[in-house]
Write a protein that binds this ligand. Structure first.
Ligand code: ATP
Ligand code: MG
Length: 188
């Protein structure tokens, strides 16, 4: 199963969630490969630095339980186009802030125009659980025309620490949150 994380907007959390969800799937027993299509190579450097168990930079010819593609923020780039074409599932990562969602709509259009049959879902990231926006995520998703995953990812400092220290920087609650999202992505 090939899963691409995308959004034409920079800073949505594509790389953070690519590596954390890969770790979660590896923790759940799958062998996971990462394809880093962003020329900035943040995910590659993260993998080299952290060397997570069961999760590696994807090598041709290996039969992975899941392959994750991290994409750059430029929708028109050949890297994004190629990633969308190869993916079985596309996960559009966006904050629930209306301003961010409007820009995410461009990404939905690209997916729908070029890959009308593609399985795609919206993953809300950086959700602040006590806020009004967090209470009503479904109508926000409806506005941009993609189904939202039931689970979302909250804004936590530990996810930023994890970019430095890896999966072990997460407490049990954060790991559980990421694992729930990972399992939903596998099954939607
Ligand atoms: N759930 C979260 N909680 C807290 N911080 C987060 C969360 N998700 C992402 N961030 C932070 O937001 C910033 C952008 O994240 P990230 O680099 O993953 O985005 P990106 O979509 O890959 O960006 P780019 O388009 O530039 O590649 C980083 O500083 C990251 O630590
Ligand atoms: Mg990135």
């Amino acid at each position: 199963m090939v899963i691409a994380f995308c959004n034409g907007k920079g800073g949505a959390g594509k790389t953070t969630l690519s590596v954390l969800l890969g770790c979660a799937l590896a923790d759940a027993g799958r062998r996971v490969g990462l394809v880093d299509r962003d020329p900035q190579r943040t995910a590659t450097r993260w993998m080299q630095h952290n060397q997570p168990v069961g999760f590696e930079l994807a090598v041709d010819g290996v039969d992975y339980g899941a392959v994750i593609i991290d994409t750059p923020p430029r929708l028109e780039s050949p890297e994004v186009q190629r990633s969308l074409a190869e993916a079985d599932k596309v996960v559009l990562v966006s904050s629930p802030s209306p301003a961010d969602l409007w820009t995410s709509q461009d990404t939905v259009q690209v997916i729908r125009q070029h890959h009308p049959k593609q399985k795609a879902a919206l993953l809300f990231n950086q959700v602040q659980k006590q806020t009004l926006l967090a209470r009503d995520l479904d109508p926000l998703a409806e506005r941009i025309g993609l189904p939202a995953l039931r689970h979302s990812v909250s804004r936590r400092q530990s996810y930023q620490h994890a970019m430095l220290l890896g999966w072990k920087a997460l407490d049990a609650g954060a790991r559980e949150e990421i694992l729930q999202v990972a399992l939903e992505i596998i099954t939607f």
